[in-house]
Design a protein around this ligand. Structure first.
Ligand SMILES: O=C(O)C1=C[C@@H](OP(=O)(O)O)[C@@H](O)[C@H](O)C1
Ligand SMILES: C=C(OP(=O)(O)O)C(=O)O
Length: 431
């Protein structure tokens, strides 16, 4: 795709699409609950559709009527062995969380995904799930496909995670519902806590205190009505776009504002962003807000430590903001980015340096020397949706015509990206 940048202003009002993490969890928890779970504002992206397919393959009745999903929960022990292997596509969240559920079943399953999934580490879930009694075979002890064999003795554990990963935490939490006794999980830093909030909402006995989660499996999850908040990760492309593109002024409605997800707003505020938050409300244990974002002069910043898991998926687009800021931005403690859909440190640095930005890859992050000069370039997708959308915004800022080799991966998390963009500009004018 070609993009003619350099003269673009974003103006208007948009609505955030349903949150990907919460959409996955609503299907998973709905499937193993007692009763019918109704889901509004579900994200119909490739990743979340794969989660639906997997539970249908295991005999769960999932009806979609006018974009509202009805999941007929089968209870903890009502899933059936699938006739075929379970396919997660590109979704790390699906394979890791569903593995927790599958480890609790009385049947064996094989679960696999696309070539990118086959490069993503699974030892991080295999280790704690095995400590609980699960029996999982993998390629080289770390990679999919995973064979999850039935196990008849599952126990709760006390587990101290060495990485702050919501996927690892949630995988353990799902299996804890099948285990005997209490499970206690301690995180180094707090990662997104949607599983905790949703399980609590579904009635599970779960206590969250600082970075510790304690689950007592004695109360089974009961079906609920879930209204999925908007995805702050998806909307972050438009937030940064409005901040760096001259004279922009946008309003975004229905943005999920869970504290474990809004690290990007904290960082952008420190950089000097003009972002106004209003209409704060709460739906099924999750905060939702509206926001107004205006073109701003940004300054460089240091990003490290506890905020990293709270903005992990936003680092490529934050790097675009930092490229247009004044001064130096240093991003540390972000080596998790190396094991996402692409090595996001490498793919971000490669693309932005081809745009003339003075940017350097480090062991666990990057150093960006911001400048007002960002040049049109030939950009690579690396098959990674977050990289593609970040680079589209960078190309808007650059004078001249940039090219992005492949935009298909956008379907993974934000199928309506261009539709939403067209509410802010007439994109045809700039293609
Ligand atoms: O639990 C989730 O829904 C997610 C957790 C994060 O992954 P990690 O747990 O691997 O950090 C994040 O990068 C991913 O996009 C979604
Ligand atoms: C890393 C991501 O997702 P997943 O781990 O589910 O593939 C993402 O959406 O940026």
């Amino acid at each position: 795709m070609n993009i003619r940048g350099g003269n673009i202003t974003l103006k208007g009002e948009i609505i955030a699409p349903g949150d990907k993490s919460i959409s996955h969890r609503a299907i998973m928890l709905g499937a193993i609950s007692e009763g019918e779970t109704i889901i509004h504002n579900f994200l119909f992206s490739e990743d979340c559709i794969n989660t639906i397919n997997i539970f249908e393959d295991m005999g769960v009745n999932i009806k979609i009527d006018n974009k509202i999903i009805k999941v007929k929960g089968v209870g903890l022990n009502g899933l059936k062995k699938s006739a075929k292997k379970l396919y997660v596509g590109n979704s790390g969240t699906t394979i890791r969380l569903v593995s927790g559920i599958l480890s609790g079943q009385k049947f064996s399953t094989e679960i696999l995904g696309d070539s990118s999934i086959n490069r993503r580490p699974m030892k991080r879930i295999i280790e704690p799930l095995s400590m609980m009694g699960a029996n999982i075979k993998s390629k080289d002890g770390n990679y999919p496909p995973l064979k999850i064999l039935s196990s008849n003795k599952l126990n709760g554990i006390k587990y101290k995670q060495n990485i702050a990963s919501a996927q690892v935490k949630s995988s353990i939490m799902f299996l804890s519902l099948y285990a005997k006794g209490i499970t206690k999980i301690i995180e180094p830093y707090k990662s997104r806590d949607h599983t905790e909030r949703m399980m609590k909402y579904f009635g599970v006995d779960i206590v969250q205190k600082n970075n510790t989660i304690i689950i007592n499996p004695k109360i089974k999850p009961l079906a609920k009505e879930v209204i999925v908040p908007g995805d702050i990760s998806s909307i972050s492309f438009f937030i940064v776009g409005a901040l760096i593109l001259k004279d922009s002024h946008i309003t975004i409605r229905n943005v999920g504002y869970n504290i474990t997800r809004r690290g990007i707003i904290d960082v952008l505020n420190t950089m000097g962003a003009n972002i106004k938050i209003f209409n704060c409300r709460n739906k099924n244990n999750e905060e939702i807000v509206d926001m107004e974002v205006k073109y701003s002069r940004l300054n460089g910043v240091e990003i490290k430590g506890e905020v990293i898991p709270r903005l992990i998926d936003e680092i490529p687009i934050i790097a675009v903001a930092a490229s247009c800021a004044e001064g130096k931005t240093v991003i540390k403690n972000a080596s998790e980015l190396k094991v996402k859909e692409s090595n996001r440190i490498f793919s971000t640095v490669q693309n932005l340096s081809s745009m003339g930005i003075n940017i350097e890859e480090t062991d666990d992050g990057m150093i960006i020397n911001g400048s007002n000069k960002i040049l049109a370039a030939s950009l690579k997708s690396y098959g990674d949706h977050r990289i593609v959308m970040s680079m589209i915004i960078a190309a808007f800022k650059a004078k001249g015509t940039s090219n992005i080799d492949d935009i298909n991966s956008i379907e993974t998390s934000y199928p309506d990206f261009f539709k939403t963009l067209n509410k802010l500009i007439d994109f045809n004018e700039f293609k």
